[in-house]
Design a protein. Structure first.
Lengths: 156, 508
């Protein structure tokens, strides 16, 4: 499902940029997501994929039936990431939609994104967990030696 | 099991392979013993602490409590402006976001005291209620499988599951401002239900203008639904009576069947909290409040921002009481159909309903002076003693019923509030068992096991929408609630009345 490809090394970055990826980490009552990507737009897109990979058993079952666009702005990148994931969670809960095929562009701390959405179909979509909200606790978006890292804790 | 393992493989394949999760960092700061049930984090531990931290625990629980950053969060809360006496934590304390779970924080608006949405949590007025019946174990056990199945079929549970109670714009406005009282006008609650709900099932000064359309949309069709996560509906048996007189007053005896319901304000409450935290992003800077954790975002109680949150939070609190009322109402209907008798003839009376994620304005005595305080209970239960004017007349002589749900394999407890709660914890007690295992660790621990079969071997029928729900909530994921309750009992915060054991469990 990861549609982002590793980027080729350039003279300015001697190491190849790793493909975007995420992992969950331990938090007693909640769920931690750690996301890595070569650049910020891809970090935000991968965070969105991670969110839906946690919610639904098999993201490959989400069909991009209905195009959606999102526009968000915040003062800082970490708040923007929180708002972005919060917006997706709201869309899931209030509109009963699952999303896939994220494409994110960033202009400073202004985000524009497109995605494909599909109404939840219980015959194909196995919803595994209720994520209540995206918290500010331990929220992190930072540059690393080989790209970008984000950490976010989600109340479950 | 093969299908389950297959799903897990496909899930894992999308993740990075960075090896096993790192161990959680433990708390290495001071914890000084005050007495056999209380430990102190002195205010000089951390710059900015205005009061001590105090954790109610015993030696055994303390070992678990040290394993994560919950005590650090107790110290962080001690930095909030206007905090009174101490930043408190109950024995079911565990690592939360911002505030620890199991925390109590009272602030004085007259001293610049703040209100913090993080001190209430996303699930505003998550709480629990206990319903008695005149049925006995012998009558129900032989049919527990069918009864549990029927409840599972008819009481909506699970992620985002909508319910059968729908309210239009005017109706939802009344529900949010009048709580259970509004449901009474619709024939879905009795006078007794209202009287036996904390605050009569309604916080005054709730203002619908202080919540967003998004919040109303998110909760629009969810009133009367259980949700998922740690929420549950359980059929329980009174297993042990510790205080005969109080038990009699509450109408329960050994081997009697009760129903316990644990749920909150569903998507509406989550959205109210989320919106508030966004609105309060600039408040700490505006009011020159330095915070060690952004999730502690707050504003003075008397500020426009503080009042806005409080009025919106009260809407969500009223929604949550209405939610648990409708869950109970549906349960009564299922029992009536199943046993062929009306719920009244089954004597399915509400013993009591308590909130355990809430902020309320309450009168308390601090250093000999009576003050009107903003009491945050984040994973803590009100435990007012006998004689308190907010305790319903039926319980005025024994104290307010305190309902402590445990895990689905062991037990839950019914207690009554005691005088020391007013002296030590702003009238508060614990709220549950408290997690010891993260959800991810619990799922890993459940691999290759059938939690439902393990429970069945103990005589407990458990039904859940998704296997992960049972895995995350397996008994081993929690502290032993009896140990937790023992501490609040010995500390004089609440007194044991009865232990209840689950025989039928429904989870979302």
């Amino acid at each position: 499902m990861m549609n982002a490809k590793p980027q080729a090394a350039t003279p300015h970055s001697p190491l190849p940029t790793p493909p975007p990826m995420y992992e969950t980490f331990e938090h007693t009552a909640d769920l931690g997501l750690r996301i890595r990507a070569g650049d910020l737009p891809e970090l935000f897109a991968e965070a969105a994929r991670a969110l839906f990979a946690v919610i639904v058993a098999d993201c490959r079952q989400i069909r991009p039936a209905q195009p959606m666009t999102f526009e968000l702005e915040a003062d800082r990148h970490d708040d923007l990431l929180r708002d972005w994931l919060g917006e997706l969670l709201y869309t899931f809960h209030a509109e009963h939609l699952l999303l896939t095929g994220f494409n994110v562009t960033l202009d400073g701390t202004r985000l524009t994104a497109t995605a494909g959405a599909e109404s939840i179909d219980p015959s194909r979509h196995e919803i595994e967990v209720e994520l209540k909200a995206v918290t500010y606790h331990g929220l992190k978006v930072e540059q690393t030696d080989d790209g970008w890292l984000a950490e976010v804790i989600i109340d479950t | 099991m093969s299908k389950r393992n297959q799903k897990n493989r496909s899930h894992r394949d999308r993740r990075s392979s960075s090896g096993p999760p790192k161990p959680k960092p433990g708390y290495a700061g001071p914890l000084e013993q005050v007495d056999e049930c209380c430990w102190r984090i002195p205010r000089d531990y951390k710059i900015g602490m205005r009061v001590d931290g105090q954790i109610f625990a015993d030696e055994r629980l303390l070992e678990q409590i040290r394993c994560d950053q919950a005590p650090e969060q107790v110290a962080n809360v001690a930095t909030l402006p206007g905090i009174q006496s101490a930043s408190l934590a109950m024995p079911d304390i565990h690592w939360g976001y911002g505030f620890c779970i199991g925390g109590v924080c009272a602030t004085d608006p007259a001293e610049g005291g703040v209100i913090s949405p993080g001190g209430v949590g996303y699930d505003i007025n998550c709480g629990v209620r206990l319903v008695r019946t005149n049925l006995t174990q012998d009558e129900v056990r032989p049919r527990i499988g069918q009864l549990t199945e029927e409840l599972f079929r008819r009481v909506p549970a699970g992620v985002g599951r909508g319910g059968s109670y729908l309210f239009d714009g005017k109706e939802i406005e009344r529900l949010l401002t009048e709580g259970v009282g509004y449901l009474k006008t619709r024939g879905w609650a009795t006078d007794g239900d209202v009287e036996h709900t904390e605050a009569g099932g309604c916080l005054e000064d709730a203002d619908v203008a202080c919540i967003t359309d998004r919040a109303i949309k998110r909760g629009g069709d969810q009133c009367g639904t259980l949700g998922s996560g740690n929420h549950f509906l359980e059929i329980q048996v009174v297993d042990e009576i510790c205080d005969e007189s109080a038990a009699r007053t509450m109408g329960i005896e050994k081997d009697a069947i009760c129903v316990m319901i644990h749920s909150g304000s569903r998507g509406l409450g989550y959205q109210v909290c989320d919106d508030a935290l966004k609105q309060l992003r600039g408040a700490p800077a505006k009011y020159e409040i330095e915070l060690p954790d952004r999730q502690l975002a707050c504003a003075p109680v008397d500020s426009p921002e503080g009042q806005h949150y409080l009025r919106g939070m009260r809407c969500a609190a009223n929604y949550a009481w209405a939610n648990r009322q409708l869950l109970m109402w549906q349960t009564r209907e299922v029992f009536a159909d199943f046993f062929g008798r009306s719920w009244e003839s089954l004597q399915m009376d509400l013993i009591y309903d308590v909130a355990h994620n809430i902020a309320k304005m309450e009168h308390h005595t601090v250093d000999g002076r009576e003050k009107l305080l903003c009491v945050h209970r984040k994973g803590a239960t009100r435990a007012f003693p006998a004689g308190h004017p907010e305790v319903p007349p039926q319980y005025r002589e024994i104290g307010q019923p305190v309902i402590i749900p445990g895990d689905m394999g062991r037990a839950s407890w019914l207690l009554v509030g005691q005088p020391a709660s007013m002296e030590r914890t702003f009238g508060s007690s614990c709220h549950g068992a408290g997690r010891v295992m993260s959800r991810t660790a619990a799922i890993a621990h459940a691999q290759g096991r059938r939690i439902d079969q393990e429970l069945a071997e103990q005589g407990i029928v458990a039904r859940c929408r998704h296997w992960k729900g049972l895995a995350e909530e397996q008994p081993e994921a929690y502290k032993d609630v009896s140990q937790v309750v023992d501490v609040v009992h010995r500390a004089g915060l609440a007194k044991k009345v009865a232990r209840l054991r689950p025989i039928g469990v429904i989870k979302g």
